[in-house]
Design a protein around this ligand. Structure first.
Ligand SMILES: [Zn+2]
Length: 283
């Protein structure tokens, strides 16, 4: 892709296009890429059939500059053609630009939604894709089915010059992160933030501020980030999900998540703010 090209989402493919499409083809949630020792690249060619693959489904995603982008579901028995490989999406991070990474995340969610929603959940008849919106419809009973998103909040809690970090049982050894959890039916995002912090570490918080959001296609989350300040309570690990939690200063952090995540963006911003207070930025 050329620098600065923006992605514009769409459902109806264009009749004509100036440049060959980009193909985001998945096998078992892994993306097909050209691969050598030093780099990976998304296939870009007039027709993916040129690679003699078993294509099961194809979805137009939108346009990146003058290139149409397609999500493709491949047959389970597909092997990568010579010079190509299937890579897990997390491994792709940092190897392609942010825009391509985001389109790949969108693509895998569409392919998986299509693969796992073939029949109506109300009457059991086959669903078919609608041509003008990202939805499936049951001809028999009219049920509409949209790609599922699971919203989750993630919150950095500050107490003066310290931030709250916790580690869940399933984290890699030594890794700590900020508090996160899924939004429950009927909750606002702010209510979910307060509840998760109370449930996971027993603390009350205030001054909840929106920070930003991030699609998280592992498999279908949308992370909605917040900052908050400590108001009261002692750390208490009661719900069994958290193994350890504590207050940390910016200059004494444990192992934290990689740059792929909004958790890291929240922590980096806190660290920057502390440097600012310490006057490091004017030295
Ligand atoms: Zn139905």
């Amino acid at each position: 892709m050329e620098k600065g090209e923006t992605f514009i989402a769409g459902v109806v493919p264009p009749r004509n296009h100036l440049k060959p499409p980009l193909w985001f083809a998945f096998h078992d949630s892994k993306l097909l890429v050209h691969s050598n020792a030093s780099s990976v690249a998304i296939p870009c060619l007039p027709d993916l059939n040129q690679l003699s693959l078993e294509i099961k489904t194809r979805h137009y995603l939108g346009q990146l500059g003058e290139r149409p982008c397609y999500a493709v579901g491949l047959d389970e028995d597909t092997l990568p053609p010579p010079g190509m490989a299937f890579v897990a999406l997390r491994r792709l991070y940092g190897q392609v630009c942010e825009t391509l990474f985001q389109i790949a995340g969108r693509a895998v969610q569409i392919v998986e939604w299509d693969r796992t929603n073939r029949f109506c959940s109300r009457c059991g008849n086959p669903l078919h894709l609608r041509s003008t919106e990202r939805a499936k419809e049951c001809d028999h009973c009219g049920l509409l089915n949209f790609p599922r998103l699971s919203p989750a909040i993630i919150v950095l809690v500050e107490r003066g010059q310290e931030l709250l970090l916790a580690r869940a049982h399933h984290f890699p050894p030594g890794l700590y992160s900020v508090i996160a959890g899924f939004v429950e039916p009927g909750e606002t995002l702010e209510t979910a933030v307060v509840r998760e912090v109370q449930e996971e570490v027993g603390l009350s918080i205030g001054k909840i501020r929106y920070f930003g959001s991030q699609p998280w296609p592992f498999p279908d989350s949308l992370m909605i980030g917040f900052t908050a300040t400590y108001q009261g309570g002692q750390i208490a690990l009661e719900d069994g999900e958290i193994e350890d939690a504590g207050w940390f200063r910016a200059d004494n952090l444990p192992m934290i998540p990689g740059k792929i995540s909004i958790a890291r963006r929240l922590i980096d911003r806190f660290v920057e703010k502390q440097k600012h207070y310490a006057g490091d930025d004017v030295k």
